[in-house]
Design a protein around this ligand. Structure first.
Ligand code: NAD
Length: 331
């Protein structure tokens, strides 16, 4: 198939493009090399890596802002694109509280422009990157080891940050395009993704660098908050399956998670073990927008996408630490 991947120079996008090409698909990668969340030069180096590793007939990069609808439509039409995997967004909870407008522009206007470009060019299959953050602050005040895993049909009415709200709004916009215009859209709720090329603003990456360099690890809250960490290879397998199976005129939501939760304190312990070095812990109060828990029920993805997360946290951290010591986006 001819697949467009928006956000191709990012963490998940660069891995997804490689996996698609490995499976015989052709990829049009779209990215604007945004400089807000982390340095554009890191994304440019990901794009250079893709161009170097992938055959030219299987991969082309277009530097386009997703908010520029006509430019996106032009690119999609020239390449005869059949499916769009829309990953481009501003990620990150805390920066979205600092600058909500920027998130609304990229994540909402941008998603609207991508959906319009699909409609106008007759593309009827889209995979949209959503997020576990749409579930909001579930589990607050409870024993987090006993809260049930989150299901796609659970109500998601109180996103705890502008970022989460834009992702939930994006899902709703997608469902409207399915009902009105016959597009087929699968929204993937990713649960804290980690692995080589992970964004430097994310906890595992930040903490690993701090421990390695002997700097304090800043922990928000008392260390009891829990996350369902998902290794990048598992996320990519689920994403590629969604791209290959998305069906016109159907709207689906899938959780893609690891199905185990790890407390913040346990995560630091796992990183200490992986790096072979003790962390200096510095505790700060909980941050606005942070949620106590994420925890994926994946029955639906298992059933429809044959999704089965394989990588345990300790193995995934080893892979991340190996990447950090060899390469680590320090170019
Ligand atoms: P990332 O920041 O590494 O990648 C996003 C890419 O989008 C970047 O390369 C950026 O340059 C590009 N981009 C931003 N604005 C753009 C614009 N206006 N036009 C074109 N390109 C633009 O993030 P990631 O971690 O790879 O996340 C990918 C997607 O998955 C995002 O939609 C994110 O919200 C979602 N997600 C990620 C996680 C995670 O744990 N990493 C969890 C849940 C959801």
């Amino acid at each position: 198939m001819n697949v467009a991947v928006t956000g191709v120079a990012g963490f998940i996008g660069s891995h997804t493009a490689e996996a698609l090409v490995a499976r015989g698909h052709r990829v049009l990668g779209i990215d604007a090399f945004d400089d807000f969340l982390y340095a554009a030069k890191i994304k440019r180096s990901h794009a250079r890596g893709l161009a170097a590793r992938l055959p030219a007939k299987a991969f082309r990069l277009a530097e386009v802002d997703i908010c520029d609808g006509p430019a996106i439509a032009r690119e999609l039409a020239t390449e005869g694109i059949e499916v769009v995997c829309h990953l481009a967004a501003l990620a990150g909870v805390r920066p979205s509280i600092e600058d909500p407008k920027r998130y609304i522009r990229t994540n909402l206007d941008g998603t609207g422009a991508v959906l319009e470009a699909c409609r106008n060019t007759g593309i009827d299959r889209v995979v949209f990157a959503s997020s576990s953050s749409v579930y909001g602050a579930r589990g607050a005040g409870q024993d987090l080891t006993r809260v049930a895993a989150f299901r796609e049909d659970d109500p998601c009415l109180r996103p705890a940050s502008p970022y989460a709200a834009t992702k939930r709004a994006g899902e709703l916009l997608c469902s409207t395009y399915v009902d009105l215009f016959g597009l087929g859209i699968s929204a993937l709720r990713y649960f804290t993704v980690y692995g080589p090329r992970q964004r430097p603003d994310m906890a595992i990456h930040k903490f690993a660098r701090a421990i390695r360099d002997g700097r304090p690890v800043v922990l928000f809250g008392d260390g009891s908050s829990r996350r369902d960490y998902t290794f990048i290879d598992d996320i990519v397998a689920g994403t590629v399956a969604a791209i290959e199976r998305v069906t016109p005129a159907r709207f689906e939501i899938y959780n893609l998670g690891g199905t185990h939760t790890t407390s913040l304190a346990e995560l630091v312990g796992a990183l200490e073990a992986g790096l072979g070095k003790r962390a200096i812990r510095e505790h700060r109060p909980d941050q606005p927008g942070d949620v106590p828990l994420t925890f994926a029920a994946i029955d639906r993805a298992r059933e429809d996408l044959a999704y089965e997360p394989k990588i345990q946290l300790a193995d995934g951290i080893d892979a991340f630490v190996r990447w950090l010591s060899q390469d680590g986006d320090d170019r």
